[in-house]
Design a protein around this ligand. Structure first.
Ligand SMILES: Cc1cc2nc3c(=O)[nH]c(=O)nc-3n(C[C@H](O)[C@H](O)[C@H](O)COP(=O)(O)O)c2cc1C
Ligand SMILES: C=C(O[C@@H]1CC(C(=O)O)=C[C@@H](OP(=O)(O)O)[C@H]1O)C(=O)O
Length: 378
């Protein structure tokens, strides 16, 4: 099992991540990680910041000659925008009075964060509550994903709804889902894709913002990750906690969770079959690959709901924390919709949890030791 920590402010020098307890001798493909970082930066509806940043990972420790050492992996991702924010963000020299933020945005962490940590400048809150941090979690998930790929486990995602534009039918064809990378909104269906783009354009023109839903499919997960034995060892509980930890994610559904709740049991539960080639298997997957807090060998399917972006160019009413007078909320440069980006983050966060659980079931200090355990079990 490995632990992860992230650090960094949105307009500070950069972001950092630490992965502790990761096994040794795992080949690390730096360009593969950079590719995932670039995937997170794409998506129709993002604001100007993504034109400035070109996220790239720089390892500081724990990797040598392209392989992990088993020691803590630490890495840095530069914020190119720091060059424009140095006067405001320099750890030693920043002048707090410069561009002080006092008008909290409804929906962001601004007001509660400023009161909780006793700040007169909301910048001290928004810099860390910003989803810029998700770049580090993508890098970590990409490292975890490279290990999981050795055991044929992969995660893919696609966007099923943006605002009111949504797919009418569930998509289970993995080839279609994999191709979502080629869509500007990560949608598998061309007609829904154009409705989504239209909704984003409309919201942008009106100074408004949008949320939506994305779906993650994890393939190749062996039976038995997680446990029914204790509430906090359940795989669905661990996945939903981690996914809820992504900024603006307000709902996590395993399988067809909410839809299942409105059906009879006979239509919901996935019947069990056996044959010598496939072993135990199901012909349906309404449960989304998890029963009793354990992976059951089917694909894991998770859906996440993202709320609309809080920063609005047509700002909502708020109260200035200095004057206590009614004002319009601060408008920092902002995305109109970031559901496609969040869907890549979701993939990587889910892969991180799956890798942690995989290493709980097949532990080992080195890749070779894990492979031996895995083969013995098989
Ligand atoms: C990829 C991504 C990009 C985001 N971009 C913005 C943005 O440009 N402006 C904004 O106000 N919120 C943005 N958010 C959402 C805020 O970070 C989030 O709503 C805020 O931190 C409050 O936390 P909460 O929504 O989890 O309660 C983004 C979220 C994600 C996942
Ligand atoms: C920087 C990223 O997303 C940011 C997330 C974010 C927020 O409030 O969460 C606000 C915006 O920041 P800025 O005002 O600097 O443009 C987004 O661009 C990123 O995803 O890398």
């Amino acid at each position: 099992m490995f632990r992860i920590l992230t650090a960094g402010e949105s307009h500070g020098k950069g972001l950092m991540g630490i992965v502790e307890g990761f096994p040794s001798n795992v080949p690390v493909d730096r360009e593969g990680i950079n590719k995932d970082l670039a995937r997170r930066q794409q998506g129709y509806g993002r604001g100007g910041r993504m034109k400035i940043e070109k996220d790239k990972i720089e390892f500081l420790s724990g990797v040598r000659g392209g392989k992990t050492l088993g020691s803590p992996i630490s890495f840095f991702i530069e914020n190119k925008d720091y060059a424009n924010w140095k006067a405001v963000m320099d750890p030693d020299e920043a002048e707090e009075s410069l561009r002080k933020v006092t008008q909290p945005r409804p929906g962001h962490g601004d007001l509660t964060g400023a009161l909780k940590y006793n700040f007169s400048d909301i910048r001290n809150v928004l810099e860390r509550s910003s989803a810029r941090e998700t770049a580090t979690r993508v890098a970590i998930g990409s490292i975890a994903g490279q290990l999981m790929k050795k055991f044929k486990i992969e995660a893919w995602s696609h966007v099923t709804a943006i605002g009111k534009a949504s797919l009418k039918k569930p998509v289970v064809d993995m080839e279609k889902i994999k191709a979502a990378d080629d869509s500007p909104v990560r949608c598998t269906d061309k007609s829904t894709e154009s409705s989504m783009i239209h909704c984003i354009d409309q919201a942008k023109a009106e100074g408004d913002s949008l949320g939506g839903i994305f779906e993650i499919h994890i393939t190749g997960v062996p039976m038995g990750l997680g446990s029914y034995g204790q509430w906090d060892r359940k795989l669905d509980a661990k996945l939903s906690r981690a996914l809820m930890g992504i900024q603006a994610i307000k709902g996590v559904e395993i399988g067809y969770g909410f839809d299942n709740a409105q059906q009879e049991g006979s239509r919901v539960h996935d019947e069990i079959f056996y044959d010598s080639k496939k072993g135990y298997h199901r012909n349906t997957n309404h449960a989304g690959g998890i029963e009793g807090g354990m992976s059951n060998g089917e694909n894991i399917i998770i859906r996440c709901a993202m709320k609309p972006i809080p920063t609005l160019y047509k700002p909502l009413k708020t109260v200035d924390i200095e004057t206590k007078k009614p004002v319009s909320a601060t408008v920092e440069r902002s995305d109109t919709c970031a559901v496609p980006a969040a869907s890549v983050v979701g993939e990587m966060v889910a892969l991180t949890v799956i890798a942690q659980e995989f290493l709980t079931k097949y532990p080992g200090d080195s890749l070779e030791e894990i492979e031996k355990r895995w083969k013995n079990f098989r």
